[in-house]
Design a protein around this ligand. Structure first.
Ligand code: NAI
Length: 329
C-alpha cells in the first residue's frame, strides 16, 4: 500500500533497514548545502555523502563527518579537477543547491543568468558520471532550471524541489488549526505559479479574505525570509529541511516503498497549453516517477482560476530554460 503523501509520511526519517545509498550534494558549502548535508548525515538510509562546492567543502565534510551515524562523508572542491566526478561517482541521488540566492527586491527569475549555466554544467557532469541518479534541483529559478537539466538524463528522474512551498503552506495552516496538517501545493516555484490547494485540507474553513491572504502568503513566503535576512540571502534552514525530506522520500522509494510526493516534474497534464513541467502529485518507486497523477478533481473554482493564471508564467519561464539549452538565450 502506498504510504501517506507529504509531510505526515516524512515527518520523521524512517529507520527501516537502509540499502547502500550514496547522496551527492552540489553546492554543499552554501547556506542550504551545509544544513542539508547535516540532515542527510543523520538519515540512516544514507551510507555515503559526496559533498562538492567550488570552495570550502573539505571543512564541511570534516565537521559533519564526526557525527556518529554510519555514513562516510567526503568533500571535494573545484581545486581538484576531478572533484566533481569523485563526488558524483556511484551517487543514487544528486541534490543541487548550487548558485546564487536572492537579495531583497529580486525575483527568482533575476537569478537566471548566473544559475542557468551552473545547473547546466552540473547536470551535464551527472549525465556523464551517474546518468541513472535522481536529480533534485533546488537552484532557482526552478521553473527554468529544471528544463535545463535534461540532456543525457532520464526524464522520470529529474525533480524540481518545490517541497518548501508545501512545508510553508502546511505550517501556515497548521499554526491556524493548531495541529500538523499537509497542504498540497501545485504548479511551479515562483510567485503566482505557486498554488496551494487549501480545498484539500479536511475541516479547514476560510473566509474569502483569509483564503486570498493565505494564498498570497504561500506564494510570496520566500520574500518574508529574504526581507528578514536583509541582504544575507534567502531561505536556507527551512529549505534544507524540505530538501532532506524530499530526498528521504526518494530513498524510501528506492528501497521498494511506494511513496507519494508532490514535485515539479515533466508531465502531460497541461500539454495542450504547451506546459511540459508542472508540480503535481507523483507516485515514486525505485526508478523515480512511477506515475504522475492529475490534480484532485474537487479543487475549488478559486484554485482552478489560480491554475489558469499560472499557466502563461510557467510557459514563459519554461521556454526561457529550453531556449538556454538550445543556445537561443
Ligand atoms: P549560497 O550562496 O549560500 O550557496 C550556494 C553555494 O553554491 C555556494 O557555496 C557556492 O560556492 C556554490 N556554487 C556556486 N557555483 C557552483 C558550482 N558551479 N558548483 C558547485 N557549487 C557552486 O546560496 P543558498 O542560499 O544556499 O541558495 C542556493 C540556491 O537555492 C539559490 O539559487 C536559491 O535561490 C535556491 N533556493 C531554492 C529554494 C527552493 O525552494 N527550491 C528555496 C531557497 C533557495
Amino acid at each position: 500500500m502506498a504510504s501517506e503523501p507529504g509531510l505526515v509520511a516524512a515527518r520523521s526519517f524512517s529507520t527501516a533497514i537502509p540499502l547502500r545509498s550514496k547522496v551527492a550534494v552540489l553546492g554543499a558549502a552554501g547556506g542550504i548545502g551545509q544544513p542539508l548535508s547535516l540532515l542527510l548525515k543523520t538519515n540512516p538510509r544514507v551510507t555515503e555523502l559526496g559533498l562538492y562546492d567550488i570552495v570550502n567543502t573539505p571543512g564541511v565534510a570534516a565537521d559533519i563527518g564526526h557525527i556518529n551515524t554510519l555514513s562516510n562523508v567526503a568533500g571535494y572542491t573545484a581545486k581538484d579537477k576531478d572533484g566533481l566526478k569523485k563526488a558524483l561517482q556511484g551517487a543514487e541521488l544528486v541534490v543541487i543547491p548550487a548558485g546564487v540566492p536572492r537579495k531583497p527586491g529580486m525575483t527568482r527569475d533575476d537569478l537566471f543568468n548566473t544559475n542557468a549555466g551552473i545547473v547546466r554544467d552540473l547536470a551535464q557532469a551527472c549525465a556523464e558520471v551517474c546518468p541513472k541518479a535522481k536529480l533534485l534541483i533546488i537552484s532557482n529559478p526552478v521553473n527554468s532550471t529544471v528544463p535545463i537539466a535534461t540532456e543525457g538524463l532520464q526524464e522520470g528522474r529529474i525533480f524540481g524541489v518545490t517541497s518548501l512551498d508545501l512545508v510553508r503552506a502546511s505550517r501556515f495552516i497548521g499554526a491556524k488549526l493548531d495541529k500538523v496538517v499537509d497542504v498540497p501545493v501545485v504548479g511551479g516555484h515562483a510567485g503566482i505559479t505557486i498554488i496551494p490547494l487549501f480545498s484539500q485540507v479536511e475541516g479547514l474553513k476560510l473566509t474569502e479574505e483569509e483564503r486570498a491572504a493565505l494564498t498570497h502568503r504561500v506564494q510570496f513566503g520566500g520574500d518574508e525570509v529574504v526581507k528578514a535576512k536583509d541582504g544575507l540571502g534567502s531561505a536556507t534552514l527551512s529549505m534544507a529541511f524540505a530538501g532532506a525530506r524530499f530526498a528521504d522520500s526518494l530513498l524510501r522509494a528506492d528501497a521498494g516503498e511506494e511513496v507519494l510526493e508532490w514535485a515539479f516534474v515533466k508531465n502531460d497534464l497541461f500539454k495542450k497549453e504547451g506546459i511540459e513541467y508542472f508540480s503535481t502529485y507523483v507516485k515514486l518507486d525505485k526508478n523515480g516517477v512511477k506515475e504522475v497523477l492529475p490534480l484532485p478533481e474537487n479543487i475549488s473554482e478559486y484554485e482552478k482560476e489560480l491554475v489558469k493564471a499560472a499557466i502563461p508564467e510557467l510557459l514563459k519561464t519554461q521556454t526561457k530554460g529550453e531556449q538556454f539549452v538550445n543556445g537561443k538565450q
